[in-house]
Ligand binder design. Structure first.
Ligand code: G3H
Ligand code: 13P
Ligand code: ZN
Length: 317
């Protein structure tokens, strides 16, 4: 069995200066796409599920689909990661489901929207670290909040609160976490920048020089314009969608990011494929016809990210 913690995957990535994508999943096709891409590129993988994803799949289904991926791919290191856990209770549920890694996002209150205080963040994060570490589970936490709001994850005022490097250093020392998500100007979803792309690389450099654990970038989808055009061409309406260009992600990896969270790009590529297929084949109605095409397109997208992030070749077997 190849279930590992994100600590194992990310410490290796930090040492060797490459990035590892953490891909959000909600269903079987997405998990299979990640595994096909990992197999093709020989990459370690982090498969992550949000609270919304777990709820959508009645919790048990998604965890067993992830376990199927582990059984089916004994040579690939796979971490099962909870994305944006909001309380110790949620963390306990995920660990009981077999997750090897959890994120506690104490930068926001339990509602996943309201920015919290530093003291609240330390308190809830510490309680998670104490519970998880006893069970060999790694813990990601966040300092600073991302801008934008997407499906319930993001600060309610829509504004980002960029990470203060000194506070990040103090937070790591006071909590004992295994990886730290920081805010340098990205946001969740398909609308990341109004004008020019602007990331606070100076903050990243500063944090990197002050802490000694892997750093995580949320809201790291690139929102490729060809995919946005494809979605819009076949009846979608995503005017002005923008993301973080792959060159900026590569720069961030160079400066010390190890984990790159990607959800939106996977949603876009599947939606584009399904919209196109259904419009071009109005007579078809078997979900396998369009889901297999969506899975294939997602595999290609993830496989190219694995190459671009430098993950490819690092599942050593
Ligand atoms: O961080 C947010 C992820 O994109 C998860 O989104 O809560 O809609 O599953 P979700
Ligand atoms: P995107 O919306 O940019 O894909 O970010 C996903 C994310 O950060 C999940 O935690
Ligand atoms: Zn996130």
């Amino acid at each position: 069995m190849a279930l590992v913690s994100t600590k194992q995957i990310l410490n290796e990535a930090m040492k060797e200066h490459y990035g590892v994508g953490a891909y959000n999943v909600n269903n079987m096709e997405q998990i299979q796409a990640i595994m096909l891409a990992a197999k093709e590129t020989k990459s370690p993988v982090i498969i992550q599920a949000s609270r919304g994803a777990l709820k959508y799949s009645s919790f048990i289904y998604l965890s067993y689909l992830m376990k199927a991926a582990i059984v089916d791919n004994p040579n690939i290191p796979i971490a099962m990661h909870l994305d944006h856990g909001n309380s110790l209770q949620t963390i306990i549920e995920a660990i009981n489901l077999g997750f090897s890694s959890v994120m506690i996002d104490g930068s926001l209150l339990e509602d996943g929207k309201t920015p919290s205080t530093y003291d609240y963040n330390v308190k809830v994060t510490r309680s998670v670290v104490e519970y998880a570490h006893k069970r060999g589970i790694s813990v990601e936490a966040e300092i600073g909040t991302l801008g934008g709001i997407e499906d319930g994850v993001g600060s309610s005022d829509g504004k980002s609160n960029l990470t203060d490097p000194k506070e990040a250093e103090r937070f790591v020392n006071e909590t004992g976490i295994d990886s730290l998500a920081i805010s340098i100007g990205t946001s969740h979803g398909a609308y990341k920048f109004k004008g020019k792309v602007k990331l606070a690389f100076d903050i990243l450099k500063n944090v990197r020089s002050l802490i000694n654990i892997p750093i995580v970038l949320h809201g790291a989808s690139s929102v490729p314009q060809d995919l946005v055009e494809e979605v819009n061409k076949y009846g979608g309406q995503l005017p002005g969608a923008t993301g973080v260009p792959i060159t900026s992600i590569q720069e961030a990896i160079k400066l010390g990011i190890s984990k790159i969270n990607v959800d939106t790009d996977g949603r876009l590529v599947m939606t584009a494929a399904i919209r196109k297929f259904l419009l071009e084949h109005p007579e078809k109605f078997d979900p396998r016809d369009y889901l297999s095409i969506a899975r294939h397109e997602l595999t290609k997208l993830i496989s190219s990210k694995m190459k671009d992030f430098g993950t490819a070749g690092h599942a050593k077997y």
